[in-house]
Design a protein around this ligand. Structure first.
Ligand code: SAM
Length: 265
């Protein structure tokens, strides 16, 4: 891996021009989800790491089963939203087994993943030996300021115990004008579908997880943490308050997942 990004080097400052398409992206609006309701779900970093150590062995399979195979299209959409160009440097935070990092590398950009769970990283080293993965906490990333052209975090921001601090830390390692894409579970927009989905989350998902996962309890936490997570506009507001501009989001699978994108100001 000769093109590993030098932690102290940043590219020349470029103006924050965003050439990515705007169709299908929205911004603004009023949130329906009160903030601060996830206190009972807060876990310390060592507890989060231990939880993911416990699911690492079958993480990729469990993900694909529980999402009915949708996870692959969500990852492709994340890569597209980042607008990566060959030779750019992109950091994937909360990379886990590197499944999200591997997808980014298809763009020709240099993609590196960081994660807190050594179990997830070891599983990734076994299954994806060519994907550069390293240990790192989203709240104290082991990179110098402005090291990356783009940063992303997939299905992991919800697990970091200080969302706002993580968003600020992502901004720190991104060059001015660089891009952020957050891929995270969100709130389905259609009320009828939302009811069905929430029932799947709270009843069926833990049952399916018992059949396929190496640590089903982690999937009870998953369901509860998704339910308590801010909706699209509330998360957009948090991103905008953490050093990012031009925040917009796009719903995937009817809002089961949302991509939030922003530009480093
Ligand atoms: C649900 S997995 C997502 C993995 C991968 N990004 C994907 O798309 O499948 C969440 C990951 O976030 C990691 N994580 C949680 N808190 C973290 C933190 N503070 N710093 C770095 N990684 C963290 C966990 O260890 C876990 O591997």
């Amino acid at each position: 891996m000769g093109n590993h990004p030098a932690p102290t080097v940043s590219g020349p400052a470029r103006p924050p021009v965003d050439h990515r398409p705007t169709v299908g992206w929205q911004s603004g609006g009023v949130s329906r989800t009160p903030q601060g309701q996830r206190a009972s779900l807060d876990k310390q970093p060592h507890e989060v790491a231990a939880m993911f150590d416990g699911v690492a062995a079958r993480y990729d399979l469990t993900n694909t089963v529980l999402s009915f195979g949708q996870d692959r299209s969500w990852r492709r959409a994340t890569r597209a939203a980042l607008g990566l160009r060959p030779g750019e440097r992109v950091l994937d935070v909360g990379a886990g087994t590197g499944v999200s990092t591997e997808e980014l590398a298809h763009s020709g950009a240099y993609a590196v993943g960081a994660d807190l769970s050594l179990g997830m990283l070891h599983a990734g080293k076994r299954t994806r030996p060519r994907v550069p993965l390293l240990a790192g906490d989203a709240l104290r990333l082991p990179f110098a300021d402005a090291s990356f052209d783009a940063v992303t975090i997939s299905f992991a921001l919800r697990n970091v115990n200080d969302t706002n601090a993580a968003l600020r830390e992502l901004a720190r390692v991104t060059r001015p004008g660089g891009r952020l894409v957050v891929c995270e579970f969100s709130t389905p927009v259609n009320p009828a579908f939302r009811t069905v989905y929430l029932s799947y989350l709270m009843r069926s998902l833990p049952a399916v997880a018992r059949a396929v996962s190496s640590n089903p309890d982690a999937y009870v936490y998953l369901a509860e943490s998704i339910r308590a997570w801010p909706d699209q506009s509330a998360l957009a507001a948090r991103i905008g308050a953490a050093g990012w501009g031009r925040v917009a989001w796009r719903n995937l699978t009817g809002g089961v997942v949302a991509l939030h994108r922003a530009i480093r100001v």
